[in-house]
Design a protein around this ligand. Structure first.
Ligand SMILES: NC(=O)NCCC(=O)O
Ligand SMILES: [Zn+2]
Ligand SMILES: [Zn+2]
Length: 471
């Protein structure tokens, strides 16, 4: 059915203006005024902002990790994402050394296709780079539309790759038109510091942070950036947390290297002291890289403002406190790493960023949607409000004051790391390709209605919008 969203203020990465939106056949058909209202559903957005649907470039839904599986799957995770104003997620597909990449991709399709309520895509983990893997990459890119590869520089004996693998991946990505993503921490040094801590009987959650100091993130970020310059390739550094890593990215960008940085809301508003909460509550805040001392937060905010960091991901990887986080009750290395963030990512950036004057409204849209769409080959189908784009729309009330709580969250985990935080602004309604998923703060979507999105190559304009969807 045609829909007309009236009287709202449209906000894109470039402009803020009053206009109505006509939605037809999943797309934004017209932007203007005075549309024929016959047989159209009229949606009044007076006093509200209309944003392009936010895109979360960093999720781990139903991911096996740390001896368990992350709690939110593609159903609960994408419902929560939609409540928070996100209309597309890009999830990390894990791979196994020596096994066909397509097996892993098929596994990820199987767990998402009948569950996701919003559109979704995958990044692919690279754990080895050899002739066998090389032979498979063209089909990963051309057939699956997966144009971003993830290399872990940490999690020794689990996901960690060596520098040779990273460098070869950077070389191949340049040839193939893919973007290399890195989890940048020095896994070997962390492994050594962890062993020393355990030998000294230091088993509490805070030692998770103390054995992964900012220097190991800064060093790995610098190493990855230099290897990118050497390969003349392209790099996206996920979950940047600290001054050392921001400096490495800024220096690389100054040299003209194609290096992009992402941070996450948890690093902008929470700090290392949370890991010292009594009764093992610090485990709720164990993720990698860890929360930092407070002074790093202003560095991250400033980098979002200056453009040394370009995007905000959630790094959603939720675990229950009871039954999952407590696997590490006697040993912090056994606490599953990650937290429930997907629902609050956009609100926190709006409230702490726009409302507190740290970033502009247009920068907020750029950081949560447009820049992500451009970086990951989704633009202009997604990431903006323009004629012909998918009608992925967020209707947002900028004035509502509320308190974040697990009681009102839609994520599956049994706690919310932002519990008690006051925020201003609330997603009211969300449309995915023209259909309401959230209407007046109620879920009205259909389980499995989200579509897998094939993405275009790094740096190339989208040639055909239709091509992006799976047949
Ligand atoms: N970040 C985290 O602790 N868990 C998810 C996996 C990763 O991104 O490293
Ligand atoms: Zn990571
Ligand atoms: Zn992650």
């Amino acid at each position: 059915m045609r829909k007309i969203i009236k009287n709202g203020t449209i906000v894109t990465a470039a402009d803020t203006y009053q206009a109505d939106l006509l939605i037809e056949d999943e797309k934004i058909a017209m932007i203007g005024q005075g549309f024929d209202e016959t047989s159209a559903e009229i949606v009044d957005a007076s006093g509200r902002y209309i944003f392009p649907g936010a895109i979360d470039p960093h999720t781990h839904l139903e991911m096996p990790f740390g001896g368990t599986v992350s709690k939110d799957d593609f159903e609960t995770g994408t419902i929560a994402a939609a409540y928070g104003g996100t209309t597309t997620v890009i999830d990390f597909c894990l791979t196994d050394k020596g096994k066909p990449l397509q097996n892993s991709i098929d596994q990820w399709h199987a767990k998402s296709q009948d569950k996701s309520v919003i559109d979704y895509s995958f990044h692919l983990m690279i754990s080895e780079m050899n002739e066998r893997v090389l032979d498979q990459l063209p089909s990963v890119i051309e057939d699956e539309g997966i144009t971003s590869f993830k290399v872990f520089m940490a999690y020794k004996n689990v996901f960690q790759s060596d520098d040779g693998t990273l460098f070869k991946t950077l070389e191949q990505a340049k040839n193939l038109g893919a973007l290399v993503m890195v989890h940048a921490e020095n896994g070997d040094v962390i492994d050594h510091l962890v062993k020393k801590a355990l030998d000294a009987g230091q088993t509490d959650p805070i030692y998770h942070a103390l054995t992964r100091p900012p220097e190991v993130e800064g060093e790995a970020t610098n190493r990855a950036a230099e290897l990118t310059g050497l390969a003349d390739s392209q790099l996206y550094v996920v979950h940047v947390t600290c001054e050392q890593a921001v400096s490495a990215i800024a220096a690389a960008r100054k040299k003209g290297y194609n290096v992009i940085g992402e941070t996450c809301p948890q690093y902008l508003v929470l700090d290392q002291s949370y890991l010292e909460k009594p009764d093992f509550e610090g485990a709720k805040y164990v993720w990698s890289p860890p929360l930092r001392e407070k002074h790093h937060q202003e560095v991250l905010w400033n980098a979002l403002k200056t453009g040394d960091l370009q995007t905000l991901g959630s790094d959603q990887c939720s675990f229950d406190f009871k039954g999952q986080k407590d696997l590490g009750k006697d040993d912090f290395t056994k606490i599953p790493n990650g937290g429930p963030i997907i629902e609050d990512r956009v609100s926190i950036l709006f409230s702490e960023g726009v409302k507190k004057g740290r970033i502009s409204l247009n920068e907020f849209v750029d950081i949560t949607s447009t820049k992500i769409a451009k970086t990951f080959g989704l633009f202009p189908q997604k990431g903006t409000i323009s004629v012909g784009a998918d009608a992925d729309i967020v209707i947002f009330d900028p004035d509502v004051e509320r308190t974040i709580s697990v009681e009102t969250s839609h994520m599956a985990a049994d706690y919310n790391p932002f519990e008690g935080m006051q925020v201003t602004g609330q997603t009211v309604s969300v449309l995915s390709r023209g259909e309401f998923v959230i209407k007046d703060q109620q879920f009205v979507g259909k389980i499995g209605s989200g579509r897998y999105v094939k993405r275009s190559k790094f740096g190339s304009p989208t040639s055909s919008q239709e091509k992006l969807y799976q047949k």
